[in-house]
Design a protein around this ligand. Structure first.
Ligand code: NDP
Length: 271
């Protein structure tokens, strides 16, 4: 079935962290096709290439090297949106990392880095975006906006060997609910999404490391087995599947939805 696509975001600016590849790039492309201007942030310089590729497709885009754990860098990311496009209307907190290890082998560094990117990084971006949305842009006070935070199926059901990742993603749900209540009267909605098994570089890492730890799985075999046994739709998700949900939450149709956490996982988790 063809996805709904219009030009719902013409005249709007979208910031996407982790926008240089994987799910983030698919989200950026979707907004670009629907008329938005884009500011992509990621830790590697490839974010510039991703923005250039979008521009070559006719989508106004900027790429900014930005570590989401660094408050000053996050501020600079939103400064680019202000300077290039007159403000941020929609902010998608998608950057994330994972490591997988048995509990005795899980280092403090694993814990701290994962919480810093996945939870604090989401918070810092929301904080900066909200401050600007409340102040308003383009000469208007309090223009409102949309925040979409990427959690995970592991914000519903922690999986083995990833207590730090599960904690960081449960944290995303908590901060989403709290912020949604605080900004509800400012015409800003804040929602979280929980992707399931989405085939990206991150999943290739999961497949390899969990595969080795959980049994004698070759490349791709763990993912295939989980999809077959646990996903009612019996296919892995794509970045486009996630982008469709993000675009809906950012659209005018979702004006009365806030503080929610929504799964996009082919039915993997139904709570
Ligand atoms: P990828 O590993 O493909 O991409 C991760 C992105 O996050 C990259 O763009 C990376 O940038 C960026 N990033 C990492 N650390 C930082 C940082 N400190 N500052 C800024 N950007 C950073 O992962 P996915 O596309 O699969 O995942 C995207 C999101 O979806 C993550 O939050 C992930 O936890 C979540 N998710 C993914 C699932 C899956 O099955 N794939 C399932 C559930 C949730 P760079 O390339 O520059 O390092």
């Amino acid at each position: 079935m063809k996805q709904f696509e219009g030009k719902r975001f013409e005249g709007r600016t979208v910031v996407v962290t982790g926008g240089n590849k994987g799910i983030g790039l698919a989200i950026a492309r979707r907004f670009g096709r629907e008329g938005a201007s884009l500011v992509l942030g990621s830790i590697e310089t490839t974010v510039g290439e991703a923005a250039e590729a979008l521009e070559a497709e006719g989508v106004p885009a900027r790429g900014v090297v930005c570590d989401v754990t660094d408050k000053a860098a996050v501020k600079a990311l939103y400064d680019v949106a202000d300077e290039a496009f007159g403000g941020t209307d929609i902010s998608v907190q998608n950057a994330g990392i994972i490591t997988i290890a048995r509990v005795e082998a899980l280092t403090e560094q694993d814990w701290d880095a994962t919480m810093a990117v996945n939870t604090k990084g989401v918070f810092l971006c929301c904080q900066e975006a909200i401050a600007r949305m409340r102040r308003g842009g383009r000469g208007r006070a309090g223009k409102g906006g949309r925040l979409i935070n990427t959690a995970s199926g592991q914000a519903r059901d922690g999986f083995i060997y990833t207590p730090h990742y599960a904690a960081s993603k449960f944290g995303v749900v908590g901060l989403t609910q709290s912020l949604a209540k605080e900004v509800a009267l400012d015409a800003i909605t804040v929602n979280a999404i929980c992707p399931g098994i989405i085939h990206t570089d991150m999943w290739d890492y999961n497949d390899k490391v969990w595969g080795e730890m959980l049994g004698d799985y070759g490349p791709g075999e763990l993912m295939a087995s989980w999809v077959e046994n646990n996903v009612p739709m019996k296919r892995a998700g794509t970045g486009e599947d996630v982008a469709g949900l993000v675009a809906f939450l950012a659209s005018d149709d979702a004006a009365y939805i806030t503080g929610q956490t929504i799964n996009v996982d082919g039915g993997l988790i139904m709570s």
